[in-house]
Ligand binder design. Structure first.
Ligand code: PMT
Length: 225
């Protein structure tokens, strides 16, 4: 299967040295890419600014902002049968960005923002028979929010990620997640494990799903989108 994975944060620059971003390190998305490549899948990894080596056998495309990430996903998606959106995309960007470093005296204490595009919603018309997987990083009620995002973004699977615990979520090597699918199946809570093992579980889910519907995921093409 050709699998497109996104990972890491986006940076929304205010000027060449200042930006809005988040705590994502790319570890979870890179682990998914590694797990998929280990199983022999053709993997393209779209990475925000992170300092991780590219997993062996994976094709990597580097991006900076949410708009760069959207452009890369729109360009690459037609050649892939599955999209795994693990990137922590900044929802907002500064309304104005300067090409040169702003002087302190030129800056205001209140920053005007404008919304970034929602990537999953934007590429939904291209879904066709492709499998779409999202993540939901939550600190409140992870399952309720994940369920809402599963429906809202038209996903096949959402990985609810409770990021309130120190051993899960951002910047650590382990994760504790729950899989929720678009069907009525009960949520599947995975134990605390390495991000690589979470990636392996996710790839196994994609393989099972593609095998159950061989005329959708495995044959997703620009024509079927
Ligand atoms: O990178 P690590 O340090 O290993 O941390 C891993 C992680 C916590 C970042 C990862 O496991 C995770 O939960 N990633 C998703 C984080 C996130 O942005 O969640 P969200 O609930 O804000 O977004 C929901 C889904 O919509 C996600 O699939 C996201 O990629 C997507 N999205 C979000 C915003 C946006 N503008 N467009 C999107 O498509």
């Amino acid at each position: 299967m050709d699998i497109l994975v996104t990972a890491g944060p986006t940076r929304e620059h205010l000027d060449p040295v200042r930006f809005l971003s988040n705590r994502s390190t790319g570890k979870m998305g890179f682990a998914i890419a590694q797990a998929a490549a280990e199983r022999g899948h053709a993997v393209t990894l779209v990475a925000g600014p992170v300092s991780l080596p590219t997993p062996p056998g994976v094709t990597r495309v580097d991006v900076v902002s949410a708009r760069d990430l959207l452009a890369a996903v729109e360009r690459l998606l037609p050649a892939h049968a599955a999209l795994v959106m693990c990137a922590a995309v900044a929802d907002w960007r500064p309304a104005a960005a300067s090409a040169r470093k702003l002087k302190k005296a030129e800056m205001r204490p209140v920053l005007a923002l404008e919304p970034n595009p929602d990537i999953l919603r934007t590429v939904r018309p291209l879904k066709g028979g492709r499998l779409f997987v999202g993540f939901a990083a939550e600190t409140g009620d992870p399952l309720a929010e994940a369920r809402r995002k599963l429906a809202d973004k038209g996903l096949d699977l959402i990985v609810a990620n409770d990021v309130s615990q120190p051993d899960a979520g951002f910047a650590v090597d382990t994760n504790r997640v729950t899989f929720l699918t678009a069907e009525e199946h009960a949520p599947v809570a995975l134990p605390l494990q390495s991000k690589l093992d979470v990636g392996r579980a996710l790839v196994a889910w994609l393989e099972r799903r593609a095998a159950a519907a061989p005329h959708s995921a495995s044959q997703a093409s620009p024509e079927t989108a």
